[in-house]
Write a protein that binds this ligand. Sequence first.
Ligand code: COA
Length: 159
Amino acid sequence: MIRKYRSEDIEALKEITVICFDGVSIDQNMEKKFGQFADTDWKARKAKHIDADVAANADGIFVCEDNGNVVGYITTRIDPESKIGGIPNLAILPEYRGQGLGKALMKAAFDYFEERGMVVAKIETLDQNPIGQNFYPRSGFTQVARQIHYAMPLADRKV
Ligand SMILES: CC(C)(COP(=O)(O)OP(=O)(O)OC[C@H]1O[C@@H](n2cnc3c(N)ncnc32)[C@H](O)[C@@H]1OP(=O)(O)O)[C@@H](O)C(=O)NCCC(=O)NCCS
């Protein structure tokens, strides 16, 4: 069942985030290269994305429930000026994947964008995420850019 996010879902969404973004997280990539460089690790930083998504647009978060348990979610942003609806985060717990739940959440987000007058939907995925690169074109998205993320410990600066 897909339903709107409720404030009591927040810890479940954070737990799902930490499980699901293992292997597909820029923060984790940085930690793999440089080691843990802050008091908090990539999991804590990635979980904070949920706080940001809730603060920015709690109304546009949809969760997927199984027997009363939240097993996945999608977060969104809307921008009435640009008419671009954004999808910052989307996750389904591993044991619930491959059953169409991600697609159902994507549909909920698209319906929400249309209700809110958005004209274009936007999503990003990492090169290391083969599921995203399959899922998004199959949902109708077309590639408009590729981006490279660079990072370095400041101890390595050359300028
Ligand atoms: C992306 C994710 C939410 C998909 O959830 P899901 O419930 O398994 O998705 P669905 O079953 O609805 O499948 C949707 C589409 O994803 C693609 N897909 C799903 N599993 C796949 C796999 N193992 N390999 C390649 N493509 C796959 C397919 O295109 C599928 O559509 P199809 O059935 O018409 O072929 C889930 O894999 C996930 O949480 N991944 C980790 C977090 C993540 O990568 N989030 C997105 C960040 S950009």
